[in-house]
Design a protein around this ligand. Structure first.
Ligand code: ADP
Ligand code: ZN
Length: 847
């Protein structure tokens, strides 16, 4: 075929291929295929289709192709055509992997939209969209799942050969397999072995996969009715208190909806295995086994509930705008603007029911994977095992399994973070975007830098599905769209159960500093409230938007602040291991206690992070039980659960946290929330600073007094008259929106303008300066005053890369966004072609 042949020793070429090639040169109607390779290539690649495969090649299937030297990839068929590529000789594709398309037409359309809208390549979208378990290539390794469970009778000859080899060699690359089989298309065989659950495609998964059986218990059928249970409880109460404990523990665990393991039950209740055994013998419990990775929800009887009047009215609005009831024929997305604790989730549940009635799938998007636990628990109460989670922490094989089950229509409800929009829905009916204002919906790195909410709106349109956006503090864009009538608007203005929203008060740090009542960054006002809460047996959450001990260490003599060697960023002192750390690149150095510039030993602490607050509090309130929730204490998955669990179980009096505490958590006994420093938020140098501050403050405040008692929030600030803080005190979202909207219009920002932020990066400052000058001039020919820069961004160096920034602002009306983006893309390619060692990153709708 070509010179790469030598490297392809393992991929022996079948004779008919070479023959075909010889004869087809002048033959009419040769077909070509454009494929998406899982690589960061700017363009699609074209291959020639061998005549024998023409029938089989269909858009969305995987095909095996050779790319580069000796590397074989599975690529996705994007288009079949008969245009001969002009600038290179198309190679033959090697094999068709799938019987049915792996990627649906809608997905292909969606990928295409994403690449165009977010200025990236289809390969980049594919890398984000396809689990790597579906992106086999010649270096991919496979291993046996469980040698003891193989049913040899169901294997074909080829499969048998591979299994045999795996039993001896433990793991094989795809390349090896093709050597063993002496055929090129090994992918079909591998795929089949995977579907038969015989092999794993090897990633990190091997260590995480434990196909262990665990012992579970469930209530015997006779006791599944409340009445029977009550009688039993009364009977046991006097004679067997341990068994009552066990029942209560069981009942608590069962609210989650998962299967309950014996060990879990023992841990929860402190009961011994003997107690469980005796209850099994009495016929109260039944015992059974399950594999640990299949601990799916048991299908218990779904709970029922009634909506209050406001929720009912919101549902009616949504149903009408969805054209699921009433006279509307057109449908539109709906914003559910419901204050914190107003009961948005129950409205979502009703809409999910409506969607399932229509036999369609539901995608429930969450901003953060850490929140899935709570939501899954809540949804499983109503939908049991129909609820599935798509988790980025899942191993590749689990992700592949979800992929397959979803595209077969075997999953009804998927909960997931932003990447769940790439899953292969075959009958999507509803997308719920919970906390739609959250900036974690925006993918930052790597490309595609998409916003999952915006992408969800596009995806829904392709599926003719409905979209429900929910938030207590909607994004400027969304609320604007609702006021313009592009979206429907449903309102929940009351907290569920009639609890009032918390009282928000400001504590003036500047004033308290002057009168010397400020203790270690705590105002007297906040400390008094905290003491009051603890005296009444209540709990407190303190919010500080920075982790670490103190952000800065400043020399008292020369004013020098230690900086990262690779970034233009001050280092943060972490007291627990006495290091200075860069939060951008992870660089760390030991804290020597001496100023590197002048040698002085007098270093002062500036600012304060979560760790410092924790330490100060132990001095100020030595008897309180204090915990900290930030990315440091939650590094392990269990860390997060434990900290939350301790708060729920009232083992913690005061929880100090970063923005992690602001999101969706629901604790009944927390009546006071303290915000340590609102000024940091307000001063953030970004056009969204006001919006983010308002959202964050209202969301954190929403954690206070969600149940029986009205909560209180104390915001510490040196700027008590700041207009945003005044609006926060009033819980005045609409007031905030109109205040902010004027600013946005004045300074040409969304929702009136679209923003593209272009970053140029290079390790070589000279190249950067030269290239960005040239690039800027090219862009300016068409963009004129619509662009700012190139200029130094707030952080001029990150991880040894110098950077320059260009900001493009385009009017929403009257400009062709698509054609301007095309222009930007062309200029980018020109400059990148000229300057090596240069990176250009375009971020459309940056957050
Ligand atoms: P939001 O998501 O709007 O902040 P939640 O959905 O968490 O609010 O609701 C707040 C509380 O009110 C939760 O404890 C929830 O279980 C309860 N709740 C809301 N609506 C209902 C309902 N219709 N029936 C029973 N409980 C409800
Ligand atoms: Zn750094």
């Amino acid at each position: 075929m070509n010179s790469a042949k030598g490297n392809l020793a393992y991929f022996r070429e079948p004779l008919e291929l070479s023959l075909q090639e010889t004869f087809s040169v002048n033959a009419p109607a040769t077909f070509f295929v454009d494929v998406v390779l899982p690589l960061y290539l700017p363009k699609l690649f074209t291959y020639r289709i061998p005549e024998s495969m023409v029938e089989e090649v269909v858009v969305g299937k995987r095909v095996a192709v050779q790319f580069g030297k000796g590397k074989v990839y599975t690529a996705i068929v994007f288009e079949v055509h008969s245009r001969v590529p002009s600038d290179y000789e198309a190679k033959y594709l090697q094999a068709v992997v799938d019987e049915h398309p792996l990627v649906s037409d809608i997905q292909i359309q969606f990928w295409k939209w994403m690449a165009e809208y977010y200025l990236c390549s289809l390969g980049e979208v594919m890398l984000a969209a396809l689990p790597s378990g579906l992106r086999l290539e010649s270096e991919t390794r496979i291993v046996l799942r469980n040698a003891d469970e193989i049913n040899y009778t169901e294997l074909t000859d080829k499969e048998y050969l591979i299994v045999e080899a795996l039993e001896v060699q433990k793991e094989l690359t795809v390349k090896h397999v093709s050597h063993i089989l002496e055929i090129k298309n090994v992918y079909q065989v591998i795929r089949s072995l995977f579907l038969k659950e015989i092999i794993w495609v090897k990633e990190e998964l091997v260590q995480t996969y434990k196909p262990k059986k665990v012992e579970c218990v469930r209530l015997a059928a006779a006791y599944q009715q409340d009445e029977a249970m009550n009688i039993l409880m009364q009977l046991l109460e006097k004679k067997a208190p341990k068994q009552v404990d066990l029942l209560l523990g069981f009942w608590q665990l069962s609210r989650v909806g998962n299967a309950i393991t014996k060990s879990e039950l023992m841990k929860q209740t402190g009961c011994t295995a003997a107690v469980i055994k005796s209850m099994v013998e009495k016929g109260i419990f039944e015992s059974y086994t399950q594999t640990t990775d299949r601990l799916k929800a048991e299908d218990n009887i779904p709970e029922t509930f009634d909506l209050n009047e406001e929720q009912q009215a919101a549902c009616d609005t949504i149903l009408n705008d969805f054209a699921w009831q009433g006279v509307n024929t057109e449908t539109k997305p709906v914003l559910l603007h419901g204050i914190t604790s107003s009961g948005k989730t129950h409205v979502y549940v009703r809409m999910i029911e409506e969607c399932l009635k229509r036999d369609k799938q539901v995608l429930y998007l969450l901003p953060e994977i850490a929140l899935t636990g709570q939501i899954v628990k809540r949804l499983r109460k109503y939908f049991g095992s129909r609820v599935m989670v798509s988790h980025s922490k899942f191993n590749e094989n689990e992700r592949v399994e979800i992929w397959n089950r979803l595209s077969d229509g075997k999953i009804d409800i998927i909960i997931g973070a932003r990447s769940a929009i790439f899953l292969p829905f075959n009958k999507l009916g509803l997308i719920i975007v919970d906390e739609e204002h959250e900036n974690s919906y925006k993918q930052q790195e790597p490309a595609p830098r998409y916003h999952a909410r915006d992408a969800a709106l596009v995806l829904a349109k392709m599926h003719e599905a409905r979209v429900l956006l929910g938030s207590a503090t909607p994004s400027m864009e969304t609320y604007y769209n609702a006021l313009q009538g592009r979206y429907g608007l449903a309102l929940l203005a009351q907290r569920f159960g009639g609890v009032s929203v918390p009282i928000i008060e400001l504590a003036d740090t500047a004033y308290e500093r002057k009168v010397q009542s400020l203790k270690l960054n705590f105002t007297k006002k906040l400390l008094d409230e905290m003491e009051h809460a603890l005296e009444n047996g209540k709990q407190v959450i303190l919010f500080q938007n920075r982790r670490g001990f103190v952000p800065l260490m400043e020399c008292a003599t020369c004013g020098t602040i230690p900086k990262c060697q690779h970034c233009d960023i001050s280092l943060t002192w972490h007291k627990y291991n006495n290091t200075l750390k860069c939060h951008y690149c992870g660089y760390r150095e030991d804290m020597t206690g001496t100023c590197k510039a002048c040698g002085n030993h007098d270093l002062k602490l500036k600012g304060f992070g979560t760790e410092k607050i924790e330490e100060d509090l132990t001095t100020l309130m030595p008897n309180a039980r204090i915990a900290r929730l930030d990315s440091e204490t939650t590094r392990s998955k269990k860390g997060h659960e434990k900290i939350i669990g301790d708060l729920e179980d009232k083992k913690t009096d005061i929880l100090i946290g970063t923005q992690m505490v602001s999101k969706g958590l629901d604790f009944e006994n927390v009546t006071l929330v303290g915000i340590m420093n609102a000024d940091q938020l307000l001063h953030f140098p970004d056009f969204r600073a006001n919006e983010r501050s308002f959202q964050m403050l209202i969301q954190v405040a929403g954690r206070a007094g969600r149940r029986a008692t009205q909560g209180k929030v104390i915001i510490q600030t040196a700027l008590p008259s700041h207009p945003i803080l005044q609006l926060v005190i009033e819980h005045n979202y609409v007031g905030f929106f109109h205040h902010e909207l004027k600013e946005r219009e004045r300074f040409h920002y969304p929702p009136f303008y679209r923003v593209i932020r272009i970053m140029l990066k290079s390790k070589d400052q000279h190249i950067l300066n030269e290239a960005s000058e040239e690039y800027g001039n090219l862009l300016r020919t068409k963009l004129g005053s619509r662009m700012l820069g190139p200029e130094l961004p707030i952080i001029s160096r990150i991880q040894d890369y110098y950077q320059k920034q260009i900001l493009v602002k385009l009017e929403r009306e009257g400009t062709s966004f698509a054609s301007l983006k095309k222009f930007i893309k062309q200029q980018t390619e020109t400059i990148l072609g000229k300057h090596k060692k240069l990176i250009i990153i375009a971020d459309v709708d940056p957050y």
